[in-house]
Design a protein around this ligand. Sequence first.
Ligand SMILES: NC(=O)c1ccc[n+]([C@@H]2O[C@H](COP(=O)([O-])OP(=O)(O)OC[C@H]3O[C@@H](n4cnc5c(N)ncnc54)[C@H](O)[C@@H]3O)[C@@H](O)[C@H]2O)c1
Ligand SMILES: O[C@H]1[C@H](O)[C@@H](O)[C@H](O)[C@@H](O)[C@H]1O
Length: 338
Amino acid sequence: MSELLGVAVLGAGHMGADHVRRIGETVGGARVVAVADPDAARAEAAVAGREGVSVHREAQDALRAPGVDAVLVASPEAAHEEALLAAIARGLPVLCEKPLTPDSAAALRVVEAEARLGRRLIQVGFMRRYDTEYAALKTLLDSGDLGRPLLLHCRHRNVSSPPHFTSSMLISSSVSHEIDAARWLLGQEITAVTVVRPTPSADAPRGLLDPQLVLFETSGGAVVDVEVFVNCGFGYEVRCEAVCERGSAQVGDAHTMVVRSPGRAHEDVAQDYLVRFADAYDREVRAWAAAARVGRVTGPSAWDGYAAAAVAEAGVAALDTGARVGVEMAERPALYDC
Ligand SMILES: NC(=O)c1ccc[n+]([C@@H]2O[C@H](COP(=O)([O-])OP(=O)(O)OC[C@H]3O[C@@H](n4cnc5c(N)ncnc54)[C@H](O)[C@@H]3O)[C@@H](O)[C@H]2O)c1
Ligand SMILES: O[C@H]1[C@H](O)[C@@H](O)[C@H](O)[C@@H](O)[C@H]1O
């Protein structure tokens, strides 16, 4: 490895292009050396003005490019498994955007490949763990000062959903963040899921069940409710309130400047994740690159990605049937013991 970690970025869409910029401008110790996207114009646009980056249509070609020490997967979730297995075969550390894979069977194949290798290479892009507000909540809950967490009330609102979004993706893509955050904040597994479906918003694309209310039960007896509303029209809002035995704590407001003028008070509301979680993505990629340089993985693991996929799958079954669905998970390989 040269002085800088050479990163291949797979996928140069919203997230990939932003990560290329981030690695070039705000993450020390790393540089982008290759970008792959079947849409060559997107890849070229993402690397415009950056020296020494090779551009490829095929992800596999980018992985083989000179100077590649690590991989950042930002392609659509259906392409993740192939990229992850190829990276594992080459022994390359990976930061993979969430969700790890679209379904739990694929996620398990990735976990098993990593377990066979015998060392962890994969970090999943659950960036909430790097958000200062979420990190503070984790520290508070771990301290025990408020007693045992009883409930998490979560809200996850997007201004609008991408054209390819389906009703099940509200759970498998959007709520995957709350699944990981709840497991991490509580240190418990999610054991059952129920989904309540209000009459869809007239402003949601035809046929999309939006919003949804997703309820999780956990191994420690806590209950987590998630309002997910991906066509709310007014802002990108992500909140979490923990209600404990001796107090409560709420995060996620990420307040900007609050302006008071005669008769009113107002503040700007972030319109998308790239604004709301900008600092969290920076910290996430910086921490991943620093760990990758010394052969470590410190963030959410492939097992966390698998667990999120298993819970999401139960959630989609609950959405389809209206029933309470138990979460089934494979046995965790020893590689993922803390
Ligand atoms: N962490 C977050 O908050 C967050 C936010 C948005 C998206 N995401 C995740 O990031 C990933 C990408 O989402 P996006 O919004 O950037 O999508 P996007 O559609 O904007 O971009 C995806 C890009 O990947 C390219 N692509 C398709 N197949 C490919 C392949 N096999 N190899 C390489 N590139 C390929 C597409 O041409 C496109 O340019 C998804 O997994 C998504 O869930 C995460
Ligand atoms: O892929 C995106 C991303 O994960 C965002 O963080 C989330 O708010 C969206 O709902 C989802 O579609």
